[in-house]
Design a protein around this ligand. Structure first.
Ligand code: PMP
Length: 281
């Protein structure tokens, strides 16, 4: 494990955040999580592009040019010596006397942590995971990968206490996404997921899976669907950087179909995509 703060590499346990850091006091910042497979980053350009979009959406400038941030992240990865890893990267509006409006001049601060990857056990992959649903109480700009994760934290804790793997946000009967995942269903052979509006995070894995389905000739549709539709779907699965493509076995304690034709096809294609990406680098 290794970390980077502002302009230097530090030990992950070293105290480096001043008390008036705006990430700390306001959650005034954004972040990214990039998965490293066998020492090589997966979909890094897509993550860096989303980072830039999140920054633009909260009117925050980059602390360094994007190429430099990428270089620092890769140097941190190299220093960590880790092969199956996650790069956590966050940028905040910096250190300033506490006031709500932006500090002038702007001086954003980057921090990076490289740590071992979290993985999903083969048992869970095979059996699928239970999820619960919870009311989506978040703000209206969920496409920004903001540090303000309190609703997500509360939702995940609710899932944890219910013995479930994920909590799925539902708004007015519409299935949005998980607390840290996107959610898909397969209905009449069509792969469906919530459209990439401001109401959800535009998951990088979500897009990879949509592209893979397309390449496999499986019809896809980005459309909203209800909780009732989800429960009656042929297949339901989650996607994320850390969970990849993961079958859902039950929703709020109600067992789902055990069918997994499409999930298996997409999971296999995803593993192939990882291999291809490694060779291309
Ligand atoms: N939705 C939310 C709310 C998330 O936090 C995440 C994970 N960052 C995702 C979806 C999945 O996105 P990705 O595939 O880019 O990891």
């Amino acid at each position: 494990e290794i970390a980077f703060y502002q302009d230097r590499f530090v030990d992950v346990d070293e105290a480096v955040i001043p008390i008036q850091e705006r990430g700390h006091q306001f959650g005034d910042g954004i972040y990214e999580v990039i998965r490293i497979y066998d020492g090589k980053p997966f979909t890094m350009p897509e993550h860096m592009a989303r980072l830039e979009k999140s920054l633009a959406a909260i009117k925050m400038p980059l602390p360094y040019p994007i190429e430099e941030i990428e270089r620092i992240a890769l140097e941190a990865l190299d220093k960590s010596g880790l092969k199956e890893a996650e790069i956590y990267m966050q940028i905040t509006r910096g250190i300033f006397l506490r006031q709500h409006q932006f500090p002038e001049p702007s001086s954003p601060v980057i921090s990076i942590v490289v740590k071992n990857a979290r993985t999903v056990s083969e048992e869970k992959r095979a059996a699928g995971v239970p999820v619960i649903t919870t009311e989506d109480v978040r703000w209206k700009l969920c496409h920004i990968k903001s540090l303000n994760l309190l609703p997500n934290v509360m939702a995940k804790q609710e899932a944890y206490e219910a013995g479930a793997h994920e909590a799925v946000f539902v708004e007015k009967g519409i299935v949005k996404e998980g607390s840290s995942t996107n959610i898909f269903c397969v209905k009449d052979g069509v792969v469906q997921t919530h459209p990439a509006t401001n109401g959800i995070l535009h998951g990088i894995t979500r897009q990879v899976v949509l592209d893979l389905a397309d390449e496999l000739g499986i019809p896809v549709e980005e459309r909203t669907f209800s909780l009732a539709e989800l429960k009656n779907a042929e297949e339901v699965f989650l996607t994320s950087t850390t969970m990849e493509v993961l079958k859902v076995s039950s929703v709020d304690g109600e067992k789902l179909s055990e069918e997994r034709t499409v999930i298996d096809q997409l999971y296999t294609a995803f593993q192939e995509r990882k291999q291809m990406a490694k060779k291309a680098l």
